[in-house]
Each structure stands twice: as C-alpha cells, then as structure tokens.
Design a protein around this ligand. Structure first.
Ligand code: GLY
Length: 290
C-alpha cells in the first residue's frame, strides 16, 4: 500500500493547533481525529478572541459559536449559534456521527450538546466582557481588517492512509448582529473537501465568502486540474469581482490537494497560514491581491 506523508495546514499563525494535529498524524492518528483535536487547542485558548471560549460577543453580549467538520467520506456536521460550549467542533462532529442531519442551530444545538454529555459552560470571559463594555460606549461596527476578521481557525489534514479531513471553527465577527451566522459552519463556504481531490478552508469576512461558496469553488477548480494556488487565486478574484468594497475587508483561503501541494491567497496583506510537514511546524505569509 502506498504510504502518504501526513500534513496539516491551518489558517493564521496558530502554531499550537497545527503542532497538536501534526504530531497526532505522525503517530498514526486519523485525519478526522487530528483536525478535531487541532482546532480544539484554539477553541480552548481564552486569549484568542475569535474562536471558542473568550470569543468576542455579539452586540447583545452573547458569545455564539459556529463550526463544522468533514470526514474523508464526505460526511459533514455543523453547529451554528452555539451558546454554551467551548468545543463547537466536537458538537459538530457529534451532529455528523450521531444524527441524520448536517446542521443544528441555537437552542436545538444546545439541547443536543447536553444530550451528548457536553456540560454547559460560560463562554464570556472577564476580558471579553470588559472589551464588550468598552465597545458599548460607542457601539461602532467597523471590523478591523486582519484583527477583528482574524476570526477563524480552518484546518485540513492528510493522514498516513492519504485520507483528508477538515474543520473550521469561529466565534464569528466581533459585535455582529444577534443571530448572525458566518461562513465557517457552512459546508462549501468555510470548508469543503473531496477525498479524491483535496480540500479548502476560508477565513475573513464571512458574508463575502458565503456569497461566493469559495471553498467548494476551489475544490471543483482543483478537480478540473488547477493547482491549489491557482484555485485559491480564482476564488479570491471572484470575491473581488462580486464586491466593489473589497478593499474594506479581508477574505483568505488555503487549499491542499491529494498530492499534499498547498496554495493560499487573500485580498489584503497580513494573512498567514501554518503548515506542519515532516516534523516541521512553520508559518508562511500568504500571497495577496493588493
Ligand atoms: N469567517 C468567519 C465569519 O465571518 O464568521
């Protein structure tokens, strides 16, 4: 049997997450277990204000999480507007494995999490509450490029069997409207993969990524023969064409094909990604449009 060299790629400079997943892959873990455990590192880090516990709340003070996961067979699970659990990705995995559905939202997702044994947690930390109280003084909704849209960990792993899995998890845009859901939990937008082709994940302004179904587009372009880099560039160019205000926000993709080739592209300078390969865990600056 052909032996594959495991590989992990992830959005932004989150070295602990890619290190966790990469080491697991080196030790023979499945791509699915590695992506789940990898992104959980960021979900648990309360210093990260855009993922998991410690994520910035919406305008009403609710911290609401969005996440999805896909396995090599193309199965998918997602949660949106999850309020009381740090590890949204694990609840999403349970949706994939234990229900006939793909997405559970809000109260239903919460109820399902309790049924699956996830204990209720408070996601608003002292620091995020303090920042929210500060925000309330002016109530300005102007996401800061690469900071407040520095919002998602998306991860793709390929294991020793050559199987690909992916996950994407986020608290969404800081001070979003109550009820807002971004691209991160939406299969085809925040994440898509086909085990015969490769996978893609997105980060940045969810509304633009949703409208372009960017991750699905990238995988389909790779299927047609484009390299991961060419496919990411085409997806970003599609967003630029659709959004005359593209200079006002960030949108970024990373992609990986079945051969372990990587691509990355974004609108604005400042996006980077992690790559764990052969025991080395490195951060690379992405190419960008302007
Ligand atoms: N990309 C994450 C979000 O917009 O919610």
């Amino acid at each position: 049997m052909e032996s594959f060299k495991p590989l992990c790629v992830a959005t932004w400079n989150f070295p602990n997450a890619s290190q966790k997943a990469g080491k697991m892959l080196d030790q023979g873990a499945s791509a699915l277990d590695a992506v789940e455990q990898g992104v959980m590192v960021e979900e648990a880090d309360i210093r990260n204000t855009t993922v998991g516990r410690g994520g910035a709340p919406d305008r009403e003070g609710n911290v609401t999480l969005d996440a999805c996961i896909m396995d090599p067979s193309g199965n998918a699970g997602a949660v949106v507007y999850l309020k009381n659990n740090t590890h949204a990705v694990s609840v999403a995995r349970k949706v994939m494995e234990e229900t006939p559905h793909v997405i559970l939202a809000g109260e239903g997702a919460d109820q399902f999490a309790r049924q699956q044994g996830f204990e209720k947690e408070e996601l608003l930390t002292e620091a995020s509450e303090k920042a929210y109280q500060e925000w309330l003084k002016k109530k300005e909704y102007k996401p800061i490029i690469n900071i407040e849209n520095h919002d998602t960990i998306g991860m793709l792993c390929i294991d020793q069997k050559g199987d690909i899995a992916g996950a994407c998890t986020s608290s969404g845009l800081s001070y979003k409207m109550n009820g807002r859901v971004g691209d991160s939990p939406i299969i085809g937008s925040g994440l898509f993969l086909d085990n015969e082709v490769g996978g893609a994940v997105a980060t940045g302004m969810g509304e633009a990524i949703l409208k372009s179904v960017g991750s699905f587009l990238i995988v389909e372009l790779m299927r047609q023969g484009r390299s991961p880099q060419e496919a990411c560039e085409a997806a970003v160019m599609r967003i630029i064409k659709q959004n005359p205000n593209y200079k006002d926000f960030q949108a970024a993709f990373i992609a990986m094909n079945k051969k372990g080739e990587i691509g990355s592209y974004c609108i604005q300078k400042g996006f980077s990604y992690m790559e764990y390969r052969a025991g080395e865990n490195r951060n690379f600056a992405s190419k960008y449009y302007f």
